[in-house]
Write a protein that binds this ligand. Structure first.
Ligand code: SF4
Ligand code: SF4
Length: 204
């Protein structure tokens, strides 16, 4: 089976729920546009979240990092950030990945980024792609509500009518968006099989 379809079918409900998205609600249906992080680490180069001391101790056990050293390094990095001289987060590893990504104490500022506090980030290439898709799917809509996963993380959607999918595919092709974005958009919107096959034929 082609890689695109195989990956699509492998995306289960839990991975669907872990996606960040912007949801646009039209009168009869919704369109959820996924945000696909490119794992470039840029946003962690100038940001470090605050933690309670006891949480840092828990994290130090998880990372096998001496607690006194971790607390010292976190405090130093955090103070530099709030004094306007930010450095990379101490939890960013050499591969530009977060060492506490899967830990439950990773704060919501990080988990919901770039939507934390309703914010946006023009330095995040993934956010710019996301914003272009949101703008494009709304272009011909007269009435809609819009919110992102930081406001309501529930990914349930009212289904997109079959007649709308060709227009959505045209838009995605025009914008030349990544395959990951297309795959996640199909999954998030519970696309009917015919639409998935059409997409496969267009992008296969
Ligand atoms: S959120 Fe954006 S800037 Fe941060 S790692 Fe992902 S793609 Fe890079
Ligand atoms: S805790 Fe992780 S996700 Fe948050 S800023 Fe640090 S490296 Fe980035």
């Amino acid at each position: 089976m082609h890689m695109f379809l195989r990956r699509l079918l492998k995306m289960d409900m839990s991975s669907r729920r872990s996606l960040l998205f912007t949801k646009t609600e039209m009168p009869g249906h919704d369109i959820a546009v996924p945000f696909i992080c490119r794992k470039c680490g840029t946003c962690c180069m100038t940001y470090i979240p605050g933690f309670k001391a006891e949480d840092l101790i828990t994290i130090s056990r998880y990372l096998k990092w001496p607690p006194a050293d971790l607390i010292y390094r976190h405090t130093e990095c955090y103070l530099k950030r709030i004094r306007g001289k930010p450095e990379p987060c101490i939890f960013l590893n050499d591969q530009k990945l977060c060492r506490i990504y899967k830990h439950p104490l990773r704060p919501s500022d990080c988990r919901l980024y770039p939507f934390s506090y309703g914010g946006t980030d023009a330095d995040c290439a993934a956010y710019l792609e996301h914003a272009r898709v949101v703008e494009a799917v709304l272009m011909n809509e007269k009435s809609f509500e819009i919110y992102d996963a930081s406001f309501c993380p529930n990914p349930d959607v009212r289904l997109i009518p079959n007649s709308k999918w060709p227009e959505i595919f045209r838009t995605l092709r025009l914008l030349n968006v990544s395959r990951k974005m297309i795959r996640a958009l199909l999954i998030l919107n519970d696309a009917p099989l015919m639409s998935v096959i059409t997409c496969f034929l267009l992008y296969g």
